[in-house]
Design a binder for this molecule. Structure first.
Ligand SMILES: [Zn+2]
Length: 274
């Protein structure tokens, strides 16, 4: 009897922690294309070979630190000034919203990266943003390409999501498997992993981050519709691939605009005009 009571109490407490957490529908079929078939085969292979491999937050953070050190060697990095204050304020507003959402994936570290996030502006004309181990990097190129705080919020929200949805951990896990890493030489891995992490993710992961990034941006009070303008503008500029490396391996910015629009309509009944 006592045990039953405890069980019910635990259920009640668990249910209570879930109350108020938002859950939106992330329709990833919107992004389906033939490339993902290859990606799925690759994932299956890695799953077979890496069943027991786990990536801890500490490992992710260590990789993030190495990526930061590598970026610092190659580029001028800004951590102060009005542009920096702007991106920092946006990032902080977005991370406050993470735990108001139910975990959209099976990443057990969802919402645990919060105290570790750091953002940097890299002096570079390349239009790019990327993340590793809770460190978010935006170039001056993408900063200037964004026309508003709302557009920046969609980009920064997207990068936060690669951490929260476990995509960084997945990449590290794949790298560990591929390199036959089994011991404790994470530093060596991290040194080789920088370029691996600055590449875009597969389209489904990119899509998932677009959508959950929009959820965060909207919850923080930004105009999520502006993400659609952003992707449409990137699509128009697709010819200049060399400076648009954020989507150089993803000729799908058109899909990204459409899928973002559908997401906002379906989940929030928002009608974006663009
Ligand atoms: Zn991305």
């Amino acid at each position: 009897m006592k045990r039953n009571f405890l069980f019910i109490l635990i259920l009640f407490l668990n249910a209570n922690t879930m109350i108020g957490q938002k859950k939106t529908n992330h329709d990833l079929t919107c992004y389906a294309n033939s490339l993902d078939v290859l990606e799925e085969v690759e994932n299956d292979l890695f799953t077979v070979f890496s069943t027991n491999e786990k990536v801890t937050i500490a490992e992710e953070l260590e990789v993030g630190e190495v990526v930061y050190e590598k970026m610092k060697e190659k580029h001028t990095i800004r951590t102060s000034g009005s542009d920096y204050d702007r991106v920092s304020e946006i990032m902080n507003a977005l991370i406050k919203q993470i735990s108001t959402f139910a975990n959209p994936t099976s990443n057990e570290n969802f919402s645990k990266y919060k105290p570790h996030y750091k953002i940097y502006i890299i002096e570079s004309n390349e239009i790019n943003a990327f993340t590793a181990g809770a460190r978010i990097f935006v170039t001056t190129g993408i900063y200037n390409f964004c026309k508003s705080k709302d557009e920046l919020a969609c980009i920064i929200g997207h990068e936060i999501c690669h951490n929260e949805l476990g995509h960084i951990a997945e990449k590290i896990k794949k790298y560990k498997t591929a390199s036959g890493y089994l011991g404790d030489e994470l530093g060596a891995i991290a040194n080789n992993i920088g370029s691996f992490l600055t590449q875009p993710f597969n389209q489904k992961n990119e899509g998932h981050c677009d959508l959950f990034g929009l959820d965060l941006a909207r919850a923080a009070g930004y105009d999520a519709c502006q993400n659609i303008q952003l992707w449409s503008r990137m699509n128009e500029n697709n010819g200049e691939k060399d400076i648009f490396s954020i989507f150089s391996s993803h000729p799908y910015s058109g899909d990204r605009a459409t899928c973002s629009k559908n997401h906002l309509k379906k989940n929030y009944n928002m009608n974006c005009n663009n």
